[in-house]
Design a protein around this ligand. Structure first.
Ligand SMILES: Cc1ncc(COP(=O)(O)O)c(C=O)c1O
Length: 429
């Protein structure tokens, strides 16, 4: 680092403003950031530059599935870093093959492609769908209103929210949005150009809305009948967060046909490598060879380093029973949130979600709001920050909890205690 910009010798208060000044001067201001400057993490906690501790129930937007600075991740990063970081996809290496096999084993007969982010994983599925329909001139992909599929040009075209598109028109053609959880809407929208449907198992950015079992099963049947690919964006809701590997497995638990349900493609990213950037998609047979040599690529996709970390994440999740932990701690948190909603219906209207993907919807206006220009979700998130708890807004009215999958009961209790205190304070104003 340039000595002039090195903040290490500054006092605490100076340090936070020095870091923010660097951003102000040198970082493209495309994010609305909170006024928090972090310097280290440990498990479910983050520490700011003043040494203040925060309980992190957002885990970097559902990314740090093993919490912060997990020793197994630190170790594999160092070990693999010493052995082999990158070779390009011109060559083979064992770890990519092994990781693909692990993912396929958890889903069904098919193959995987590796990328670096959720948007890229979805982009791969869009290309797969276009290739699938190319000879018949079919290219259109139906997605849901309130969906979120990433910030690339195709990602914002696929996303069913106007706010991400504004200012970037014209949109990439070939995407149309229909109401979520309504099979009839899909039936009505399909045109001769339609080639695929993409949905999230649980809408995340849209406000934690799970798909219903009937919708999933109905979509599967409908796509089969009409020769459409059924694509699922599992970037946020997948990867054990709901208590099963993919959210649809949890949603369809106990339903006779549920065991046999499989989409044709699934995108993954976020917690795939526990915070190391990685994305992937899985595609079912008989479509697994549609993208032949030369048709799709990524320089960094599936490097030895990323794959080694992802394999380690899988190993720890299995060894420590973290899917079951997500289910148990999730239920505990959801029950606590529901009690809060019963006690303060003027503040919390509903609680939604599965496992450790939870959201509570706030009333349209909160009592005693000091920042009336800010939506209720932001007002609540700010108040929780002040009380030492990190959560994530989803739209105007929903606050999300996406804790690490190894969240401890005592940490869930601490989170609920802070939430109760803050909601009681809001109610009392
Ligand atoms: C469901 C979903 N899809 C795709 C993305 C895009 O992922 P990335 O930001 O890694 O490109 C996100 C990110 O929040 C997401 O929640």
């Amino acid at each position: 680092m340039n000595e002039k910009n090195d903040t290490s010798s500054l006092g605490m208060a100076d340090k936070a403003s020095a870091v923010k000044d660097l951003y102000k001067q040198y970082v493209v201001p495309s994010y609305g950031r909170f006024d928090l400057v972090f310097s280290r993490g440990a498990g479910s906690y983050l520490f700011d530059v003043n040494g203040r501790r925060y309980l992190d129930l957002g885990s970097g937007i559902a990314v740090c599935s093993l919490g912060h600075a997990h020793p197994a991740i630190a170790e594999v990063l160092a070990e693999q870093g010493r052995q082999l970081v990158h070779i390009s996809n011109l060559y083979y290496h064992e770890l990519q093959g092994r990781l693909a096999a692990e993912l396929v084993r958890r889903l069904g007969s098919g193959k995987c492609f590796f990328a670096n982010s959720g948007a890229e994983a979805n982009e791969g599925l869009f290309k797969l769908a276009r290739k699938f329909g190319h000879e018949e001139g079919r290219f259109e992909i139906l997605t849901a209103q309130q969906s979120f599929h990433g910030r690339t040009l195709a990602g914002i075209a696929a996303t069913g929210q106007e706010k991400v598109k504004k200012g970037f028109e014209p949109m990439t053609p070939g995407f149309r949005h229909v109401p979520y959880n309504q099979l009839e809407a899909i039936r009505a929208a399909v045109s001769p150009a339609t080639v695929a449907v993409m949905i999230e198992g649980i809408q995340g950015e849209g406000g934690i809305t799970p798909a219903s079992p009937e919708y999933l099963l109905g979509l599967r049947r409908f796509c089969q009948e009409r020769h459409l690919l059924l694509l699922m964006d599992g970037v946020q809701c997948g990867y054990f967060r709901t208590g099963r590997f993919q959210s649809f497995q949890r949603i369809l638990e106990g339903i006779p046909e549920g065991d046999r349900f499989l989409p044709d493609g699934i995108s993954m990213a976020k917690s795939l490598a526990g915070g190391f950037p990685m994305g992937a998609f899985w595609v079912r047979e008989p479509y697994a060879d549609l993208l032949g040599p030369g048709s799709h690529a990524s320089t960094f996709g599936g490097t030895p380093l990323a794959c080694a970390v992802a394999l380690k994440v899988l190993e720890v999740v299995e060894r420590e029973g973290l899917a079951e932990n997500a289910r148990q701690q999730g239920e505990f948190l959801a029950n606590g949130l529901r009690e809060l909603a019963n006690r303060y219906p003027q503040i919390i209207q509903t609680v939604r979600g599965l496992g450790l993907m939870l959201g509570f919807e706030l009333a349209p206006s909160l009592p005693g709001a000091i920042q009336n220009d800010k939506p209720p979700s932001l007002q609540m998130v700010h108040r929780l920050h002040a009380a030492g708890l990190l959560t994530i807004p989803a739209g105007q009215h929903v606050v999300r909890l996406l804790p690490p999958l190894n969240l401890k009961r005592a940490e869930a209790e601490e989170g609920l205690e802070i939430l109760s205190r803050v909601v009681a304070q809001v109610a009392a104003t």
